[in-house]
Design a protein around this ligand. Structure first.
Ligand SMILES: Cc1ncc(COP(=O)(O)O)c(C=O)c1O
Length: 384
């Protein structure tokens, strides 16, 4: 199927169940963060089997299979031991992040986080009354310990990491993470590590923050889940863990009943997703890696001044169109010149010349988007 036919098919079919496709019009919808690759059949089977049983309150996660399975994943993939009582399974990543942040920071506090920053998470920090300030990073993203320590004022109460990063798809190196851990431990600042995209790492290996050292594990709480890696936005479910059981207890007590525990269906979905790296997941990583490399390769040769980040994880293309559009709004230009819907850098706390495009689309749609990008952006005065 060629790109236009695939676009039309997806538009007709997916508009019924996808906000992204329902709002596409005649554009290629690359704005919201979700994949067009269905769900992992192993997860679907587990959910369908579970739906045949009564949908009652689930057994406690300490004795149901979910905590053991997720702990098994961390042990086998990262050599990290997480006791079952160190987990908290909840109904959704965003809401669980919000609960953790509102337990730890409030008005007058400062939270360091890396810009660009996923807009909903910026809101999560700001809604606590705390101020979000940029985590200092060097020209190629490396963190200097001196700059980091200088940024940690008495008001700084937490460092909020999104690792791998939404929107750039970059990951912190183990040495950057170590600098963050050293600075946080020395200054008694909490590290909240959002690792929701970690299982979509397609180049190199993900380093969980808690794996760095016992001190890093004690100073941190990690949040993750299967909603991104396994395309389960419509099912939800998430988890947090901390080796610091007092910290975990503090955030759980704060949350009270403001967020539900993971339902039985969510627990079953996470259990199936964390049992192993299924053939579906391995294939998804291959597809996004290949689309990312196709698009970045073609864009750098056709539009050499366009800056596109080399991602190592997840399914976004993060680009800076400044050389082509100056101070104009990238999203407006992408819509009008290329027929592509994207998210604006402005929402991520940076210049409007930046845009994020979701590339986890069917390959013909990716090729069509690439064709539209090249032909649309080539007509701009800054392109020649
Ligand atoms: C880094 C990050 N955290 C949290 C969320 C929210 O996840 P969920 O929709 O599963 O609550 C997202 C969604 O894109 C995300 O990218």
């Amino acid at each position: 199927m060629d790109g236009s036919a695939q676009l039309a098919t997806s538009m007709t079919h997916a508009a019924e169940f996808s906000l992204r496709w329902a709002t596409a019009g005649d554009a290629v919808p690359m704005h919201f963060g979700e994949m067009d690759y269905g769900c992992d059949p192993e997860v679907l089977t587990a959910i369908q089997d579970r739906l045949r049983l009564p949908l009652l309150y689930p057994p406690p996660t300490k004795s149901s299979p979910v905590s053991e399975t997720v702990a098994g994943h961390y042990r086998e993939s990262h050599g990290l031991d997480i006791p079952r009582e160190a987990f908290w399974f909840a109904s959704g990543a965003l809401a669980q992040n919000a609960q953790v942040m509102s337990a730890l920071v409030g008005p007058g506090d400062v939270v360091l986080c890396r810009y660009p920053m996923f807009p909903y998470l910026l809101e999560v920090i700001r809604n606590t009354g705390a101020t979000a300030r940029p985590l200092p990073s060097g020209p190629r993203g490396q963190l200097s310990l001196e700059a980091l320590e200088a940024a940690l004022t008495p008001e700084t109460k937490a460092i909020y990491l999104v690792n791998p990063h939404n929107p750039t798809g970059e990951s912190y190196s183990p040495s950057d993470l170590q600098s963050i851990a050293d600075a946080a431990v020395r200054s008694k600042v909490w590290v909240v590590s959002n690792e929701l995209h970690s299982r979509l790492t397609f180049q190199g290996r993900h380093t969980p923050f808690a794996q760095l050292s016992a001190a890093a594990a004690q100073a941190s709480i990690t949040l993750s889940g299967a909603s991104k890696s396994h395309n389960l936005a419509g099912i939800g479910g998430s988890f947090a863990f901390s080796h610091n059981l007092d910290l975990l207890e503090r955030v759980r007590r704060h949350a009270g009943h403001a967020i539900s525990e993971a339902s039985s269906v969510q627990q079953v979905a996470m259990t199936a997703a964390y049992r192993h790296d299924s053939p579906w997941l391995v294939d998804v990583r291959r597809r996004i890696r290949s689309i990312h490399s196709l698009m970045t390769g073609a864009l750098s040769s056709e539009l050499p001044t366009l800056r596109v980040t080399q991602a190592k994880s997840t399914y976004f293309l993060w680009m800076d169109l400044r050389s082509l559009i100056g101070d104009a709004d990238a999203v407006t230009v992408l819509r009008s010149q290329c027929g592509i819907l994207a998210c604006s850098g402005l929402d991520f706390g940076v210049d409007p010349s930046f845009a994020r495009l979701t590339i986890a689309v069917e390959e013909p749609v990716a090729e069509l988007a690439l064709k539209r990008l090249v032909s649309g952006l080539r007509t701009l005065p800054g392109a020649s």
